[in-house]
Design a protein around this ligand. Sequence first.
Ligand code: XIL
Length: 366
Amino acid sequence: MSTLGSAAAAGTLSGSLASRLKLVGAAESSLRDLAAQKGLIYGCSTAPDYLIPGPKSNPAFGRLLAQQCGMVVPENALNWSFVESSPGKFDFHLGDILESFAKAHNMKFGNGVLVWGVGTPAWFNSLSPGQARQAMLNHVTQTVSHYRGRTFSWEVVNEAKAWRGEGTGDLKDTPFLRLVGPDYIEASFRAAAAADPGALLFYNDNHLEYDNPEDDFGRTTLLKILKGLIAKKVPIGALGIQSHLRTGNVPFSGGKLKDFLSQVADLGLKIIISELDVTEKGPETQLADRDVAVARELERYLGVVLQERAVIAVITWGLSARYTWLSAYAPRADGQPLRPLPYDSDLQPTAAWQALATAFERAPAR
Ligand code: XIL
């Protein structure tokens, strides 16, 4: 089915079909501008490889990214295991590619992750507790200092809160908790703030979006963690909500989500939608139906989220289905290409593009 065909299918959702088709058709129309009109940032994560000469080079993708995005964030390029693969030897060339791309196209650069169990190099796990604290603080300090004054924001800690039913504490069992201790979150934020007082520092996590026991637990636990940090005057400026959404009628409560967001805002924190994409878990098999399901999921989520004025940015986890982590992590059983992002694998806009555009159009101005 053509792009306009799938957009037309999504068009049954809201507003007039003509205005949405006009949006897709208008070459000058970009998510970047639609978001900016409301004082919002729209951006995406990417690997640097597509943006530079080399085997994975994709100039059309680079042009699209620069046209559509007001911010670029590293998908993996600043993971600890990439920048310090052996202790004390730092290599920022991958992050630097993204930072210069952003600068060349007048985009923000940010959201590199500093402390995350999954992105940690293997050598960290064999350190003594004293060495581990030192290594963690050194990693934060070196990395943040390298980009001092050149980055909008840092994802200081990712995925620290416990899963429901796992242990009794609020924090997940990670190498940081085991080796550094429960104050590893605040210690990382303080080191990051000392290295670049101008960057927006945020805590990032998942399982905060839906109306099920895991996410109820997530919201309650995270509010506890955030309140604890703020009580200790930890220099945290925002919360990142990953927002890996899924179709298939997952129970959703706009009221619970709204309440959670306003409690976060009341703590004085901004909110970043940090890794938005949609995994298809519904029964749909036809492209048009699949696109409607994805667009609906985005519209119901962003319709609530963007009402909260503390939300400053929407970052999708990738821009095109050509490069999405979901191809490996959550492929469709029928093997059809995924449609989780604003552009399909041929770099044509999808119904998700429409859903984002509509959500930005309807958002109150910041
Ligand atoms: C994913 C990347 O997209 C993949 O390329 C990588 O192999 C694994 O990590 N939550 C996060 C992100 O916080 O960092 C993850 O990114 C997706 C889930």
